[in-house]
Each structure stands twice: as structure tokens, then as C-alpha cells.
Write a protein that binds this ligand. Structure first.
Ligand code: ZN
Ligand code: ZN
Ligand code: FE
Length: 814
């Protein structure tokens, strides 16, 4: 229909570039629908920058377009910028010069197939250019997205052709990151390339008005992947693989389930023997197992779910959310999360999960099928089917490859919003935006434990999925693969590698042998800088970083640090009182040594006679040996680590003398504290901001011993320890902030995953009028370290550029 230009509403044409997660998420059909509803002509296409749109029509309608687009953007998309430029108005139906226009498949909606430069508008109005650019992409691959309500309805609809089909998806949902081999994100580049679409699927795929328009993993029972059952190392012929797996689970067997980013091992959570057997096979003695429940209603049967927690549970990423159980025992076997005050729970995120959980068991244990501390298993490890058998009685598998392994993400609600613990499937590779572009492309390689890496270009920082502990040889290979894959799909050639200052971290060694310029960032400064960058806070701030251990600027072991500065540089204002780590690394696995170290520090050589040593449960000979180690200070390095302080105190309270996973003693100490009454000890309250060369913790130990002598219940001592430590730390932060004339405080580091401590410190600091910044998109533990490394390196580069420019300007004219 020809447009009439009026004086009040002239015809205009604009080019609109949309950046962000806008490809592979149903964006172009949305643009198409909005343009049509506004009666605009023009076209939309994917290109290297994201999505480019040209629209033409009355100015009022063209003006309305960007807001309509923001409001109507498809759920899984994420718009970073909409850039609008005025261009010359084109005559509708003008001939195309040098641009091949193909006839559209759908007579109703004609579009240019494969035309690279659509320069004119067709008579039909608005068109979709289907060509996928081969230009370098600064656009993003979407993360894996949980099954959407439309697909779920089809899955359960007995009249639908995809009823009960475990691989249905659409442009609003389905696997993305985990099936991409390389760019561009197009079916041939994914593990769906082996499956040729049937005519019905192809029609959906080609129709711009269909929910499956260009849904790369589109499939149906006729043409797509299939389920299979493996038992005794061979495929067995069963009519209904899901029903077979459900029956096996109900019978107490262990079932391996191939999912989106890897395999899960599932058992019936009410079956104590099955849970114990799973622990035995996984060689995982205590670390908690996650649960997957059919829906929110089911979760509410066994856990408290606040509105904020419900929101996290139902995010498209479907993370595991740590929830408080309704009762201690609950309906499940006690071996699911021993010693924990929370349960890790997630909702189904793949069609297969929905089908499984509609069986006799509405909740299942779903734990990744790796051995303890190894990366999640996929067929890349030769898992399928050989190694699966090692762990499972029955394997429910399928024939779609998992290209990128990706563990489930873990999060919880903290005192100021989401507080992630592991950012992985469903979030990766969604970028985190910086306020300023990085001066050069940066690769940050993270730490040693809970490793993740980061690739930064422009304003975007893309964090990798959870890689794991690099001292594990399998994880190191995964680390190298991830570096290569992430750089490839982002088409980034890093010009700078950032790593920790610890010389023995394998990530540091890798960085130094990479041949690229290397920037080293102190561990706790990286924790600090990451939170500053996440909140775009550029003024100086104070940072309290409570952590396990990290390599300090002075070569000693840090981990309870009070910093002041900006993302680029900080200064150490103070630290927790030093304690010894007798036996070095060994003491982390054997925290009784740390209990002894606290006694030795407080009591000197008399420690060995103190009644509290009974709880260490060691022979007199062992204690004498340790005494020698500590008094000579050989193989007993000093640390300011908060993690080691918690380990030591939990030993003194009889919580734990040995651990089977990182942080276990501290986690169990916190669980205990949650049942006690949190009073601040008098000796701590009276000189709360006492701060000589270090933040004294001896008084806390003294108070613990005194309470033990008076037979105060351990839960109350644990609660008092938390409250008193929070009190002391807060007082010192407030004091330090006032001295430095600062009103913002960052809290980070793995020890702050202790919600009891975090909540109390936040409350105290806010009561004193400080602004508190916490990590909300990245973990406070080392899983977020790479982001902080990027932030610190970028800030330093910006600073040196500014200095350089400044000195250039200072050169006098002659
Ligand atoms: Zn869907
Ligand atoms: Zn099909
Ligand atoms: Fe750390």
C-alpha cells in the first residue's frame, strides 16, 4: 500500500542496529511482526553486529518502533543497544541492482533468501533476509534455555505430533551453547547437523511466522534425535525408554541420564540404600546431591520457597537453588545433604526431565555423572556408553552429541538479591557488560580451584562454564579446550592474558607459557575488582575479602583482607591476625591441625595440656610432633585466611576433624550456628574496633574456650562466634571507611558464601550508613575470579593510557 507523506507525519527511513543476544532466539520474526503491525516497509537480517533492521513509513510509526521492540523482545533475548540512524527514503518496489532476490517459500510472506544486501523494500512490505552473515560476529550465542510453556504444552498434548517427544524445542527454548561446534550459529554448525528435517519441520523452520522459524535444533519424532536404553553395556530394545528408566528408578536402581550439558546420575531420593550406593560409586562421601522436582508445587512439599527463590528456580537458566528444607528429616534419605542446612533443588529444564518426573517419582536426586571433583562427563571422555556403566545400572541416552559440557549452575538468594555459587549452564555464554570497553581483547584464566575463564572484547566479558579444580588432569584438558572454544566462537584473538600471582597455579603457568603479554592480578584484589566492575563503581571503596587462601603481594598466604582502592589498584589496610598452617596443604584436608594452631597461638607452649586438645582426637605423640612443627615454624606457613580460622574453630567445637570436600568444616559450623542464639561475646563487644597491626581473632578463640569450659551448647557457641566475628569485622570496616573518607564497601571471597556471616555483616554495615556491594551475577568464590582479573587489567590499561595521553599533552609547544 503506497504511503502518503503529510507535513505533520512525513515518510522517513531509519537503519536500526540491535546488539546483544539477538540471534537464534526468535528475534527476526519478532521484528517482522512489529514492523508489520506498524505498517512499515523494510527488512531485517542477522549480521556480524547482531540484527540490522531498516524501516520506512510515517515518522510517528517509525518513532514507535524501538520501544515496541524492547517491550516485545523474545524472552531468551537480551538487547544491549539499539542504535538508530536516519537514512534516505527509498522508493517502494524500486529495482534491485546487483542483489539476487529469491522468491520466498511462503506466498503470503515473501522474503529475500540469501540476499546479502537487501537495499530496497519489496511490494509486500516488510521482509526477512535469511542469509546468515559470514562476517566476524560480535554477536552472541545464546545460553541453553529451559523448555518454554508452549513447547511444554505440546509435549503433554496427546493430539500433538510432538507429544512425549524428548527433543522438542523452538526459538524460545532448547539447547544452544552446548550444541554449537563453531560459528555461525546455524544448524550445520551444531550437533543437529546429522538430523535432516522432515518436510513438516522444514516448513516450520522456513516460516517467519512460526515459533520454530530458524530454530536450529528443531526436531520431531520423525526426523530428530531418539532416546535409547543401555544396560549391561549394550542397547536394549524397549518400547518406552522413559518408562523403563522410571521403573528402574522406582526399583532403587541408579540411572544415568544424558541431558543438555552432560550426564546426570539419578536415584530415588527416598531410597536410603540407593542414595548410599550412589555415594559409594561416585566416591563422594558427604558432598550434597542436588534434587530435581517436577514443579514449584512439588518443591514446596519439602522446602521453604520465597518469592525471590521461586523466581530463581523458574529462570530460563533453571539453576540449582539452595533452599531451606521444611523439616530436618523431610521425606528424603538423610544421605542426600549430610550436615547441610540447605537443599539444592532445581526444576526440569529439558523435555526429557519433564517426561521422567511425571512418573512415579516427582522428585529425583540428579547429580552430575562425574567422579568427585572431575569435570562433568560427556561422550568426549568416551563416556557413552562404556564409562556410564561404571556408575549406573541403566543408561537413558540419546543420539544428539553434547559439544560443550556444562555443569548445572548453583545459586541462592542472598541478603541483597541473587548470590551465585556456580555460574554455568543456562548463564554461559551470556556476557556481563563493562561500563567501558576493554582497550585490547583480554583472556583471563582465573585461579586454581573452581576455575572458570573469561574472554573480554569491547564492553562484553564472556565467562566460561565451570571448569573445575585444575589439579585434576582431566580438568586441565577441559581448561585448554574451553580457552580455544570460547576464543573461537567469539572470534577473539586475545592480546593480553591475565592470571593470578600464585606461581604454582596451573592457570598461571599456562598464561606464562602462552607467548602473549601477561598481567598478574593479586587474588584478593581480583575478588574486590570484580565486584566493583559488576556495579560500575569507580570511586575508591573499601573491600572486605574473606577467602580460603590466595598468594599475597608479600609472598605470604592471604585470605582475610581489608583492602582500599579501585578496580585497578588497592592497598592492604589490614588483615586477619595470622595463624599457622601446620603441615601446609595437608591441614586443609585435616582441619584438626588448624584447631591445634589456634590453641598454640592463644596459649603458647601450654596448649598441649589444655583440655580442649581432647577434641582433636590425636595421640600425645601426634600432638607433640605438631607442637614441634609449630614452635619451629617449619612447614607451618603463616596465613591471614578466614577459611582456615573457620576450619580451626569448627574443630574446637567438635564439628569436624577431617573433611571430604572443600569448605565442609565451615559449612557444617554454619549449619550448627543457625540453630543457636547469636550473641556477641562481651570481650569482643567492649573493644570491637581494636585493630593494631591485624584484626585480632585471639579473643574469639578465648571466648570459645571459655564457653566450652562452661558447657555452653556447641550450637550457641557457633552462633556467638559468627555474631562476634561479624561484629568485629563490621566495626573495623566502618572505622577504616571513616578514616579513608569512603562510603562504599565490597564484600566478597568464598567465605562469604556463609549466609549467616554475610547477612550479619551486611546488616551491621548498612546500619552504620555504608553502601554495601556484593557479587550478584558472579560467584563470590574463585568461580568469579577471572571476571575480576579482567576488571583489574582493563582498569590498569585505561589508567596507563590516560597517563600517556596526559604526558603527551604536557609536552610544551616550542
Ligand atoms: Zn519452546
Ligand atoms: Zn520433523
Ligand atoms: Fe579466592
Amino acid at each position: 500500500m503506497p504511503r502518503v507523506s503529510t507535513i505533520s507525519d512525513p515518510i522517513v527511513r531509519r537503519r536500526i542496529v540491535v546488539t546483544g543476544i539477538v540471534q537464534g532466539v526468535g528475534f527476526r520474526p519478532t521484528v517482522y511482526r512489529i514492523a508489520r503491525s506498524l505498517d512499515l516497509t523494510g527488512w531485517v537480517r542477522n549480521d556480524g553486529h547482531g540484527v540490522t533492521v531498516e524501516i520506512q513509513g510515517p515518522e510517528s510509526a517509525v518513532d514507535a518502533f524501538p520501544d515496541r521492540l524492547r517491550a516485545g523482545a523474545p524472552g531468551p533475548s537480551s538487547i544491549h543497544d539499539i542504535e538508530v540512524r536516519e537514512i534516505d527514503v527509498l522508493e517502494v518496489g524500486a529495482p534491485v541492482i546487483g542483489t539476487p532476490v529469491r522468491v520466498a517459500l511462503d506466498p503470503e510472506v515473501r522474503h529475500h533468501l540469501g540476499s546479502r544486501e537487501p537495499q530496497v523494500d519489496t511490494d509486500e512490505g516488510f521482509s526477512i533476509d535469511l542469509s546468515d552473515s559470514d562476517l566476524p560476529a560480535d554477536t552472541m550465542i545464546a545460553p541453553d534455555i529451559a523448555t518454554c510453556p508452549d513447547c511444554l504444552a505440546e509435549l503433554m498434548d496427546s493430539g500433538d505430533r510432538r507429544n512425549g517427544y524428548a527433543f522438542l524445542n523452538c526459538t524460545n527454548c532448547g539447547p544452544r551453547y552446548t550444541i554449537v561446534r563453531h560459528l555461525p550459529y546455524d544448524r550445520p554448525s551444531t550437533s543437529m547437523s546429522e538430523f535432516e528435517q522432515c518436510p513438516k519441520c522444514q516448513n516450520e523452520y522456513d516460516d517467519p511466522l512460526d515459533r520454530r522459524f530458524h530454530a536450529q535444533p528443531n526436531a520431531c519424532p520423525v526426523c530428530g534425535p531418539r532416546l535409547a536404553i543401555i544396560e549391561d553395556r549394550r542397547e536394549v530394545d524397549v518400547v518406552d525408554p522413559v518408562a523403563h528408566a522410571q521403573a528402574a528408578l522406582a526399583a532403587g536402581r541408579i540411572v544415568a541420564i544424558r541431558g543438555i550439558g552432560g550426564f546426570h546420575l539419578a536415584v530415588d531420593p527416598t531410597n536410603t540404600e540407593a542414595v548410599a550406593e550412589l555415594r559409594r560409586r561416585k566416591r563422594r562421601t558427604d558432598k550434597p546431591f542436588a534434587l530435581m522436582a517436577r514443579d514449584l508445587e512439588e518443591v514446596k512439599q519439602f522446602a521453604h520457597v520465597s518469592a525471590a527463590e521461586a523466581k530463581l528456580l523458574t529462570e530460563p537458566a533453571r539453576p540449582i537453588v539452595l533452599l531451606e528444607p521444611l523439616s530436618q528429616a523431610g521425606p528424603f534419605a538423610s544421605g542426600i545433604a549430610p550436615g547441610q542446612s540447605t537443599l539444592g533443588v532445581m526444576l526440569p529444564y529439558a523435555p526429557l526431565h519433564h517426561l521422567l518426573l511425571r512418573g512415579p517419582r516427582a522428585t529425583l536426586v540428579m547429580t552430575s555423572a562425574n567422579l568427585a571433583e572431575e569435570p562433568i562427563i560427556t561422550e568426549a571422555d568416551g563416556f557413552d556408553p562404556e564409562s556410564a556403566i561404571r556408575l549406573a545400572d541403566v543408561v537413558l541416552t540419546h543420539n544428539r552429541d553434547i559439544v560443550q559440557r556444562c555443569d548445572d549452575s548453583v545459586t541462592r538468594v542472598g541478603p541483597k538479591g541473587p548470590f551465585p555459587i556456580r555460574r554455568s549452564r543456562g548463564y554461559v555464554p551470556t556476557p556481563i557488560r563493562l561500563a567501558e570497553p576493554v582497550p585490547v581483547p583480554i583472556l583471563a584464566v582465573g585461579g586454581q580451584l573452581k576455575n572458570t575463564i573469561a574472554v573480554a572484547r569491547g564492553r562484553e566479558v564472556v565467562m566460561s562454564q565451570h571448569i573445575g579444580d585444575l589439579d585434576n588432569p582431566l580438568a586441565l584438558g577441559f581448561f585448554e579446550d574451553t580457552v580455544a572454544h570460547l576464543c573461537a566462537i567469539l572470534q577473539v584473538e586475545p592480546e593480553l592474558v591475565v592470571c593470578d600471582r600464585h606461581p604454582d597455579y596451573l592457570s598461571t603457568k599456562w598464561a606464562k607459557s602462552s607467548g602473549l603479554p601477561v598481567e598478574q592480578v593479586q587474588h584478593h584484589h581480583a575478588h574486590f575488582a570484580g565486584v566493583l566492575a559488576e556495579h560500575d563503581h569507580r570511586d575508591p571503596a573499601i573491600g572486605l575479602i574473606l577467602d580460603g587462601t590466595g598468594f599475597g603481594s608479600d609472598g605470604t598466604i592471604w585470605g582475610g583482607e581489608l583492602l582500599v582502592g579501585t578496580a585497578g589498584e588497592s592497598e592492604r589496610l589490614g588483615h586477619l591476625q595470622h595463624m599457622q598452617i601446620p603441615g601446609g596443604e595437608r591441614a586443609i584436608q585435616e582441619p584438626w591441625r588448624l584447631g591445634a594452631a589456634l590453641l598454640f597461638r592463644l596459649l603458647g607452649e601450654d596448649w598441649i595440656q589444655h583440655p580442649a586438645t581432647k577434641v582433636l582426637d590425636r595421640s600425645a605423640e601426634e600432638l607433640r610432633l605438631l607442637d614441634r612443627v609449630m614452635s619451629r615454624g617449619v612447614n607451618a606457613p603463616l596465613t591471614s585466611s578466614a577459611g582456615r580460622l573457620f576450619d580451626g574453630v569448627s574443630v574446637l567445637l567438635g564439628v569436624r576433624n577431617a573433611i571430604s570436600y572443600e569448605g565442609q568444616a565451615a559449612i557444617e559450623l554454619e549449619s550448627l550456628a543457625r540453630c543457636g542464639s547469636p550473641e556477641v561475646w562481651e570481650n569482643v563487644r567492649s573493644n570491637a574496633s581494636m585493630f593494631e597491626s591485624a584484626i585480632q581473632t585471639d579473643e574469639l578463640v578465648k571466648a570459645v574456650l571459655k564457653d566450652l569450659e562452661r558447657s555452653v551448647p556447641a550450637k550457641d557457641i557457633a552462633a556467638r562466634f559468627h555474631a562476634s566475628l561479624a561484629h568485629r569485622l563490621s566495626a573495623i570496616v566502618v572505622h577504616g571507611a571513616a578514616e579513608s573518607d569512603i562510603d562504599t564497601c565490597v564484600l566478597s571471597g568464598g567465605v562469604f558464601q556463609n549466609m549467616t556471616l554475610l547477612t550479619q555483616v551486611v546488616r551491621n554495615l548498612e546500619a552504620a550508613g555504608l553502601d554495601v556491594l556484593l557479587p550478584t551475577r558472579l560467584p563470590a568464590n574463585d568461580g568469579g575470579l577471572a571476571f575480576g582479573q579482567v576488571a583489574a587489567a582493563a582498569a590498569r590499561l585505561h589508567e596507563s593510557n590516560r597517563t600517556l595521553n596526559q604526558s603527551r599533552q604536557d609536552i610544551p609547544c616550542v
